[in-house]
Design a protein around this ligand. Structure first.
Ligand code: NAD
Length: 422
């Protein structure tokens, strides 16, 4: 079986890395040409957004070491932040010792809301709508026969009442299995189609008819056991649990803890052409517990053997059809690298990467602190920012790291010295 543990991966050239990735992924290396500047033309871009004046590039890197449900997988990540890809690989390596990540997910269920205002009898209107549940579900289903063909479709109609400042809104939810789509367009079309009929039944007026990004019926989960010895022993284990507990108890820490998770998640979501904002909105809304408090998305517990068990569960509305997933050549190549076949598999993979990222961050925070590793990688950015050429970056970065001086003024001075000596 192909292994995602590629030794010396970071020391290879870009071309050598592409060969290694293609070999592990079992794809033709030419598929990775999509990541060259020519892979995404201005013409293609001009059809994707509005008022287009060009394209904007970011690095795509590949995280190694990940095992998900016994399958080794390489993970394409698009991010502007140094150390994210390295940290994901590190977290995946830590989880690998005791079997990697175990994942699961609910069905790919999205919901659209239809808001009815000016209803004089909201409780009765709610029941009138529910009495017409079958008729409304059929009307919605007619909008997307393709979904039923691929095994999805409208699954339920839920009706809530929501207290607002001076009236009670009736809010109907269409519950739809969107299969391999992210599903926003699919459910929005359905919501618009049933809106008039719902207004009529409720004897009110429909205002909003759009999906909810609180996709709490579309959850993906990942779990990993981390070997105490490999983490650095009992003290590091205890401190990782302390670090997690602060995130669980304190929103100031939870925001940063969850941002660390999203470092991994958003990078894979972007690489695969999916909607980062939808995933982020879903994640942060899920981080608010039943008591209304914002908290950690993940958990870290010590198990009976003294090892750490880390878990993550959150909404993961990602797709393999629709949006930019099929129209962007780079996104298609990124999906090909992962080898996933369904949106559910992609959702679980993304969640595993989020947990890997979180594990790496807590491990380093609970021991040496982030700055050493992070700033060493950041030194490269500083070198580029002060104008170092590719020949100069190596010696300049080495000096900055040796001096622990990660400042632009010092970088400029060292660069001047390098040029003077040359
Ligand atoms: P889409 O409408 O382009 O594709 C989905 C459609 O593909 C389905 O309705 C179905 O008819 C068809 N299809 C074919 N094969 C399928 C399969 N195997 N599984 C499922 N469907 C299949 O896209 P979408 O996924 O409905 O919407 C995603 C886009 O909507 C994204 O670009 C997102 O950014 C955007 N969007 C998001 C929001 C939001 O998050 N609030 C709002 C509006 C739009």
């Amino acid at each position: 079986m192909a292994t995602s543990r590629i030794s010396g991966f970071r020391d290879l050239t870009v071309d050598q890395r592409r060969d290694a990735v293609a070999e592990v992924a079992g794809i033709d290396v030419t598929e990775l040409d999509a990541f060259d500047a020519a892979g995404f033309s201005v013409d293609a871009a001009s059809h994707m957004s509005e008022n287009v004046i060009g394209t904007f590039s970011l690095p795509i890197g590949v995280a190694a070491n990940l095992t998900v449900n016994g399958r080794d997988v390489l993970v394409p990540m698009v991010t502007e932040e140094a150390s994210v890809v390295a940290a994901a690989s590190n977290g995946a390596r830590m989880a690998r010792t005791l079997g990697g990540f175990h994942t699961s997910s609910t069905g790919p269920i999205m919901q659209a809301q239809i808001q009815v205002v000016d209803v004089v009898d909201p409780s009765a209107a709610r029941l009138r709508i529910l009495e017409a549940r079958h008729e409304l579900m059929e009307l919605a289903a007619e909008q997307d026969p393709k979904l039923a063909e691929v095994g999805g479709g409208v699954k339920d109609l839920i009706v809530r009442t929501v207290e607002s400042v001076d009236e009670t809104y009736v809010v109907a939810h269409l519950v739809v299995d969107v299969r391999d789509a992210m599903g926003a367009n699919a459910v929005n079309t359905m919501a618009e189609a049933v809106a008039d009929r719902i207004a009529e039944i409720a004897r009110g007026r429909v205002v909003l008819r759009i999906l909810t990004n609180k996709a709490d019926l579309r959850l993906a989960r990942a779990r990993a056991v981390l070997d105490a010895e490999s983490l650095g022993g009992a003290k590091v284990v205890d401190d990782i649990v302390h670090a997690y507990r602060l995130a669980a108890a304190d929103p100031y820490r939870a925001a940063t803890h969850n941002k660390g998770i999203m470092n991994g998640i958003s990078a894979v979501v972007l690489a695969t052409g999916n909607d980062t904002r939808a995933v982020e909105a879903g994640a942060h809304s899920h981080a608010v517990g039943p008591d209304g408090r914002y908290t950690s998305l993940s958990t870290f517990e010590k198990d009976a053997d003294g090892n750490i068990v880390a878990t993550l569960e959150l909404p993961m509305p990602v797709g393999l059809v629709g949006g930019a997933t099929k129209t962007h050549a780079g996104a298609r190549a990124a999906v090909a690298i992962t080898g996933v076949q369904t949106a559910a598999e992609l959702a679980e993979l993304v969640t595993a990467v989020g947990l890997a990222q979180n594990i790496a961050a807590l491990r380093v925070l609970a021991s040496e602190g982030v700055q050493r590793g992070h700033m060493s990688l950041h030194a490269k950015n500083i070198a580029i920012a002060v104008g170092a050429t590719s020949d100069e970056i190596g010696p300049l970065v080495a000096t900055l790291i040796a001096e622990k001086a990660f400042r632009h003024d010092r970088a400029e001075a060292v660069l001047a010295e390098i040029r003077g000596a040359g």
